[in-house]
Design a protein around this ligand. Structure first.
Ligand code: PLP
Length: 366
């Protein structure tokens, strides 16, 4: 498949190191890690290595890392663990957080407003928390549509002092920038950082109680039952090790490419706007409103026909274009929000890819 892939925030190609680790585990570590024989030990060793790779990349103790099926499951664990009560959630949070909260009995969802960049305000969050007892606050470290960062590090201590549990979705930040916040619950997904799908991690504060959401055979310290998917876990650990080793250099390289793309598109497309560009952002993400008259979803289709994969800030449900909820919460009108495209870069992105997009998108708009 020859394609220029610029949709890394949706998912990533599996890194060769992760493919190799997964293939090796499939061939060699097929045992049940709970078994007390050589085949079991081989699998347990892979599990231990991968857990160590995740823990050391984030800088947390290994026994705080619980392997789960992905970010959505990790988020459901946290919402379950927090118990009933008010759940304060940033207005730009991933649907996994909103829906997990809506589904679980006794959770009362309240949206925390964001500004025009899509960021929560620390004082505003705390004043809402102080308005009454709260079970959980959930704020993403970086937004998947805009790349805009939230001040989650600043909220850890004040929320802890108030006895309110804090969930940070670090799915988009991990592997792109250092994840330094130490909330009660931290969420990672392998497939956003070069690992396979179907595996992620819930990182809990040391000593935090995590009642089992998926009860079973006591795996993962009783937090998450089910025989561990060793091949996926091996790929996750290997991918994490690679992206951590290359993270700082990649952040500089990708920010340069992204900024060149942003400047070039703004120059070529009068009336276009770079969303969240004045806020701190992930180095790899550009969310751009095309000039009026153009539509994000149509641009995605047109780019696809030319072999370039990008994404729209809108979703198409049964033929009807719906404006991005995230951009709407940031104050954009529906007409503006349907003009959004998201271009997200990664390890395989080159300057030649950016040059090609700088020629392609203005041509397609015209
Ligand atoms: N959180 C964020 C910020 C995401 O971007 C995603 C994936 O789109 C998720 C959570 C959910 O991840 P998954 O579908 O892999 O469980």
């Amino acid at each position: 498949m020859s394609m220029i892939y610029l949709d890394y925030n949706a998912t990533t190609p599996v890194l060769p190191e992760a493919q190799a680790a997964t293939a090796d585990a499939l061939a060699r570590a097929w045992g049940n890690p709970s078994s007390a024989h050589a085949a079991g030990r081989a699998a347990a060793e892979v599990l231990t290595t991968a857990r160590g790779q995740i823990a050391s990349a984030v800088g947390v103790p290994t026994d705080t890392v619980t392997f789960v099926s992905g970010a959505t499951e990790a988020i459901n664990h946290a919402v379950h663990a927090a118990g009933p009560g008010r759940v304060l959630v940033s207005a730009v949070e991933h649907p996994a957080v909103l829906e997990a909260t809506r589904l679980r009995p006794g959770r009362k969802l309240e949206l925390l407003p964001v500004d025009g960049w899509g960021q929560v305000d620390v004082a505003e969050v705390l004043s809402r928390v102080d308005a009454g007892p709260a079970a959980l606050v959930a704020i993403m470290a970086a937004n998947n549509e805009t790349g805009v960062l939230n001040p989650v590090d600043e909220l850890v201590e004040p929320l802890r002092e108030r006895g309110v549990l804090f969930l940070v979705d670090a799915v988009q930040m991990a592997g792109k920038l250092p994840v330094t916040a130490r909330p009660d619950y931290l969420v990672l997904a392998a497939h956003k950082l070069g690992g396979p799908k179907g595996i992620g991690a819930l990182i809990t504060r040391p000593g935090a109680k995590v009642p089992a959401l998926i009860a079973g055979g006591g795996q993962e310290r009783g937090v998450r039952g089910g025989t561990e998917p060793i091949p996926a876990i091996a790929g996750f650990g290997a991918a994490m090790a690679v992206v951590e080793a290359t993270r700082d250099a990649e952040a500089v390289r990708l920010a340069e490419l992204r900024d060149r793309l942003q400047v070039g598109l703004l120059a070529a497309l009068p009336g276009a706007e770079a969303v969240g560009a004045k806020a701190p952002r992930l180095p790899n993400t550009l969310c751009m409103l095309l000039p009026s008259g153009a539509q994000g979803a149509a641009m995605v289709t047109a780019c696809d026909a030319e072999g370039v994969a990008i994404s729209a800030g809108s979703a198409c449900h049964a033929g009807e274009i719906r404006a991005s909820r995230v951009l709407r919460q940031m104050g954009y009108t529906p007409d503006e929000a349907v003009r959004a495209v998201r271009i997200s870069l990664g390890p395989a992105t080159t300057a030649a890819h950016i040059d090609l997009v700088l020629e392609l998108i203005p041509r397609l708009v015209a």
